[in-house]
Each structure stands twice: as C-alpha cells, then as structure tokens.
Design a protein around this ligand. Structure first.
Ligand SMILES: [Zn+2]
Length: 157
C-alpha cells in the first residue's frame, strides 16, 4: 500500500534564503518557498498504513528549523563559513556576507540545492519513522516553488 502527502496542500512548507556558489544567478542571495511531499509504502496494519496526522506532525517538526532562515552549507568545498560569537560569516567568489547566528540554518552539504535538501530531510525523516515497523520505503520530494522539485528515495528497513 502507498500513501501520499502533498506538501503544498498540507502546509509542509518552509521559506528560506540561500545561494549556490558558481551557479549563475543562483550564486546571488535569494529565496524560495519550499514544500515537502512524501510517499510512504508498506504493509497495512489494522486497516491503516500510518496516521496522516502523526506523519505531518513529524515532518513539520523537521522543517521548522529551516523556516525563515538563511541556509548555510557547512561542507566548505564551495564556500568558507566562520562563526564568530553571534555572527556567521560566509565567503565565496570574492563575496563576504555576515548573518546573525539565530537567522541561520546550517546544512550538512556543500551546497543547499533542492537535491541535497531532499536527501537531508529524507534521512532526518527516516530516523523518525523507524518506529513504524510496517513501513518499507519513503520517497520525499522537495519542491523549490510550485512546479519543480527533487526526489529522494530511501529504504526504511
Ligand atoms: Zn535558489
């Protein structure tokens, strides 16, 4: 059995600022409205796969730290990140930007692409869904705006 939860329709959304060094106009600081849709597959137990409400609550908790923040990649392959007391200083391509630490969400990736966000959020959700023994696979899509997104699939067992 498969279950689908649409991120736009269920308010599984976040808005963030980000930049992607060395990628044309994406290298400038800009923002997106993101939505996270998921598909779960597994065995039905007592007539249900999993409670929609429980899954949405888990996803919203995962997304909360991303919302209304600047996404800062911490793998310093394309940008240099330095934390000085309450400031986060980012340097790439001759640019230097400084953000208040509470306004930042650190991302364990080299760039904050929707592909990397899908992979990161899917692994966070996988950890939370381990308690559901009947679930087998998770497919998660991070939409960057309403019509384009990146999907990542992961086995839950
Ligand atoms: Zn972008």
């Amino acid at each position: 059995m498969k279950m689908t939860i649409d991120g736009w329709g269920n308010n599984l959304r976040f808005s963030s600022a980000h930049f992607i060094p060395e990628l044309g106009k994406c290298s400038r600081l800009h923002g997106h409205d993101y939505a996270v849709s998921i598909e779960l597959e597994g065995d039905v137990k007592d007539g249900i796969l999993v409670d929609y409400g429980d899954v949405k609550k888990i996803v919203r908790n995962i997304l909360e730290p991303y919302d209304h923040r600047v996404l800062i990649p911490t793998r310093k392959t394309r940008s240099v990140v330095e934390v000085k007391s309450d400031q986060v200083i980012v340097e790439y391509s001759g640019k230097k930007m400084s953000f208040f630490k509470d306004d930042v969400c650190f991302i364990d990736a080299d760039i904050s692409s929707s592909e990397n966000l899908a992979s990161l959020i899917a692994s966070q959700l996988k950890n939370e869904l381990n308690v559901y023994e009947n679930l087998k696979t998770l497919s998660l899509t991070v939409f960057e705006g309403p019509s384009q997104g990146s999907s990542f699939q992961v086995n839950l067992k």
